[in-house]
Design a protein around this ligand. Sequence first.
Ligand code: VG1
Ligand code: CO
Length: 568
Amino acid sequence: MLFFLGAALAFQPRSSSSSSSSASKWWCRGGAAEDDSIVILETSPIEGMRPGTSGLRKKTRVWVEDPTYTLNFAQSLMDGWCVPKGVRSLVIGGDGREYSGECFEILASVAAANGVHRIVAPKGGVISTPAASALVRRLGVDGAVLMTASHNPGGLDGDFGIKFNDRDGSPAREDLTEAVYAASKTLKRIYIKRTNPLINNNVEMVDANDAYVAVLRECFDFEFLREKLRRASFVFDAMHGAAGPAARRVLADELQGDPSCLLRCDPRPDFGGGHPDPNLKWAADLASRFGLDSTGSSTSNFEDIFPVIGCACDGDGDRNMIVGAGIFVTPSDSLAVLAARAHKIRWFGRKLAAVARSMPTSRAVDRVAAHLGIPCLETPTGWKYFGNLMERYSPFLCGEESFGTGADHVREKDGLWAFLAWLSILDDGETVKDVMHSHWRQFGRDLYARYDFEEVDAASAAEMFDFLRSRDGVEEFDYTDPVDGSRATRQGIILDFPDTNERAVFRLSGTGSAGATVRLYLERYVPNPAQKDLDAVPAIVLADLARTAMSFARLPDFLGKSDPDVVT
Ligand code: VG1
Ligand code: CO
């Protein structure tokens, strides 16, 4: 049990008054009976509670050192979302990172005092983001609150975060996250049920993965995959994140894969001290088992000694990195390959209805969609933008360059799903390199890399974007949702180089916990790749384009850095 079962809430309110008539009245507004255990705490707004690309992420210490921080955000969730939208039932869980136990008690107590009468929590406290999405949908509850900062490191010196999902299991859309932010700015009172909901049996404990595994069974032919794992060797690395227990259950128990091929599948509050971000830098152990260095270059002439396929997932189990012997598959290519071979995946039946990608993702999937004669939609960065499209198009496949791949089986990206999808599309005896080379020969190759400049000064980064906007020949990406007409503006600045089939995109990250992170996305399309193009390592061959884009933006002047912190 990760959660603390202290008899009383561990925090001391700044000031409190015992249950008053206004508390009872308010409580009635939430739809439940009058209750003397409701306490009102007076509070004042705390700045900076605007949820980013995927929830509110801050340094763990920000949450831990002032319990009012969590209380304020919990009540903002109620005022901006649960009360106005009539949310009466919630899944509350997360990736089990440091502070999750204390945070759970606060969230559950505040929710219970605000009319949420059904709280469902995963046994042991840990649930991956896709499994939570599946659970919301299966139970028909009104949403989920997830304690995770995803791929950001955990522990007291790492990050903690809270995100929330709507009744369709989709990450909250911008109207809801903005309403919560607005509520945080005018907050005066926090309502809490001053009893421990766990001890009072108000919390329903369920298996974290029953609903999820049931959905995966609908997506894939488990019989076929069992046979596949008999012949193809694999490694799956959960990075001590929330995907581990489901991976064990599916890959070892159900599909009878070799349990010794499962790495770091026990979730830990600090992710074992690692950075649970599945890329070549942070999942270097997995990469080296496939003969790859941190650029994605092959370091061995004996590729047949390596396993056939490997996958790593992030802290909350929604991201995936696919590698094969001597080859790293960029997430953009992974999406394109799954689209091209979608007929091998049970969920997609005979034909995909549509595919989608975030704007900075390479255009590799567009070429496949054109070939298949299906729509290819382009959204801003963030999984929440795919949810509406899934209501219109089913079956649906989508992805992001940031190691996100998924379908409309749930409303989140799904790391384990992506691995099972890859197992499904591999032909017998085929290597991952074979898959990629034959794909590139058919469709051409989109060389792709991303540079991240982390924790730079936010004001200087904003100045750089203003400077970019002032330059000729750039385009800024704005989006109108085709389903509900909602708009998202300033979603990235695009530099096109049509003569060389190249594109560079600048964008500000919305998931950092301090300062600003600038991302530079780089791609070059090679229509008829020669052998040298098939063997090229994108991070290396795109270095010139990176230099051109950086000097166009005067990036070193603005940010005081000329080298990226991470290249993926
Ligand atoms: C990043 C990725 C984005 C992804 C988001 C959440 O956002 O670029 O594609 O949806 O993280 O992923 P940003 O704003 O930092 O670029 V997760 O797995 O951290 O919830
Ligand atoms: Co994640």
